[in-house]
Design a binder for this molecule. Structure first.
Ligand code: AMP
Ligand code: ZN
Length: 140
């Protein structure tokens, strides 16, 4: 944990309020106070990990179970036809709170939200080169 407890640690320990929607031993979910759409929720581990690289894989089943429960409930509560699960790692990726969290964002047909623009590779060989470069950095 950082020297000063982070905002999500303070929420997890109940020091500051949140609109809580789900809790179990390992995981907490609450509404984002600046929602993309009302019902936008955040799922966090109660223990502080800054990002996915620090997050222990052993906790993944608890988080995924919560994502499924909360995602289904948010869809039903909002009448959404779909939802995004988003998780940002690092400033350049848009992370602003450095306690890992997953966004559940309800989506509606024709809601006009765009994802990011997509590009391509100059050649199929460039794509294969990139695949080989990533594979060479995979840790066991
Ligand atoms: P990210 O940009 O992925 O780090 O997302 C952080 C999210 O936390 C943002 O969508 C904020 O609106 C949300 N947020 C920050 N502080 C609070 C808070 N006290 N309660 C609820 N949501 C918060
Ligand atoms: Zn924290």
């Amino acid at each position: 944990m950082p020297e000063e407890p982070c905002i999500f640690c303070r929420i997890a320990r109940g020091d500051i309020p949140c609109a809580k929607i789900y809790e179990d031993d390992a995981v907490l979910a609450f509404l984002d106070l600046a929602p993309v759409h009302p019902g936008h929720a955040l799922v966090i581990p109660k223990v502080h990990y800054a990002n996915l690289l620090e997050f222990p894989s052993e906790l993944a089943p608890a988080v995924f179970s919560a994502l499924k429960k909360v995602g289904a409930a948010v869809m039903e509560a909002t009448g959404a036809s779909a939802f995004n699960v988003m998780q940002n790692n690092g400033l350049a990726a848009g992370q602003t709170v450095f306690h890992i969290h997953w966004h559940i964002i309800p989506r509606f047909d024709g809601d006009g939200l765009a994802m990011w623009p997509q590009g391509g590779y100059a050649t199929p060989a460039d794509m294969q080169d990139m695949a080989a470069r990533v594979i060479s950095h995979l840790k066991k």
